[in-house]
Structures are given as C-alpha cells and as structure tokens.
Design a binder for this molecule. Sequence first.
Ligand SMILES: [Zn+2]
Length: 268
Amino acid sequence: MLIALMYHDVLAGTETSGFAGADADSYKLTGALFRSHLAAIGQTSGTKPLTATGRLLHSGDWAAHTRETRHRVLFTFDDGGISAYSLIADRLEEKGWRGCFFVTTDYIGRPGFLTKAHIRELHVRGHTIGAHSRSHPGRFADCGEQRLLAEWGGSAGALADIVGEAVLAASVPGGHYARRVAIAAEASGIRALFTSEPTVSLTQVGACTVIGRYAVKRQTSAAEAAAIAVGRELPRLRQYALWNAKKVLKLAFGPVYLKARKTFLASK
Ligand SMILES: [Zn+2]
C-alpha cells in the first residue's frame, strides 16, 4: 500500500514560510514536532519511507506499490515555502529519505518562498519537484479549461526549466479537485496528481494517476502520523469521515462555509 502524507511548512522559530493566514498556519508544524513525526514513522516496523521518489515517478508504476505488504510512505509538501530548503530536506535526508515538494511558481523568489537556486538544489539532492499551479487559485476546480491548462502548463514548464527535466508530478491547490482538473494536468504532461482526499485508492485519468493524501496539521501528534503511515484504519477513517463532512458543507454553503471557517480560525 502507498500512503502519501500531505505536509506544508515546518518552522524552526518565528520566521515565515509559505502562505500567510490562519488557515495556512494550521498546517505549519514546529521543527520539534516534525522531528518527532519522522522518528515515530521511522520506528514503525511496517513502513518503508521512500528514498527515491523520482524513480517511482518515472516508472509510473504506482500500482506495484499498492501490492507491497510494507507500506511505502511518501512525504509531500505543498506550496513551495522556504522551509522545504531551510529545514525539511535536511531532516528527511538525516533519515535517508526524500520528499516531494510542490511549488506555486508565481511565488518563486518572494519572501518566505523557495528561490530557483533552492529548487535546483533540492532536485539535485534527490527530492522530487512538482507543480502546485502558478497562482494558487481559490476554487481551482471552478476555473475554466484554458485557465486550468495555463496554471498546470505554466507551472510545470517553469519548474522543468529550473530542474532541467520534465516535471511529472503535481498537487492540487487547496485540494479543490474535480476530474477536469486531472484532464488538464494530464494534457500538461503531469503523470502523478496528488489530491487532498484521504484515501489510498488510485484513480487513472488517461496517463495520469490520481493519488489521495492524508493531511498532517500542527495538531497532528507523532503517534497519529505514525498510525496513518503504518496504515491503521481508525485514524484514516476519521480523516475520511471529516473530509466528507466538510465536502458536504462546502457544497451546501460554498463561499459562506469558507468565510465561516476563516472567521472561526481567526478567532482561535
Ligand atoms: Zn496549496
């Protein structure tokens, strides 16, 4: 089974990395917590974190990993915050592991985000660089077809220019997924598209494999991260139930839900 974990930023102190705001902050872990996550996951006997994400992407044989008895754990990081370079990559490499970093390309070089040189170096060090759209639109799946193609093609192309090879992986901004998002990604050369749906089942859209992920937030304990990584059903089902409940709320109330969530988070 392949278990993909969705992280964002990890902060060593009070510096900023990635997008600002209460919602984004709820995904930012402290350096100490991240270290304990890696330790807990490393201690579980049933897992085998990925050491070479690039090879997996190029083989494209995701199904082979779903047949393995030991769970392959894939560490993914959204948005392209600078902590990928300043902290996360070092911690993963200490364990001999590698990660997938999904970069919002319009933000490259801005304060708190990776520079081109950082991205190139992460790639050389064996991490996978993937696209996370150009501009991180709010409701991605609602974008028109031309916009979707421009967001995927533009971001994958910009990253390919930086790393010097085709970019085959991407993750959906805001997790706002619909099949048309995958169709546009496939047309832009993406072969592995990561969503925020907490599932291990894979969906094929043409040549593109759509892969779910389990969200890791600043409240996620090391024990819970390890339980998800090792494939325990309870924490995974809990995420799935929550995710579906939220989806129903979003469908019913749309912008009202998003606004209420912002207000709720801001008040915490
Ligand atoms: Zn994002």
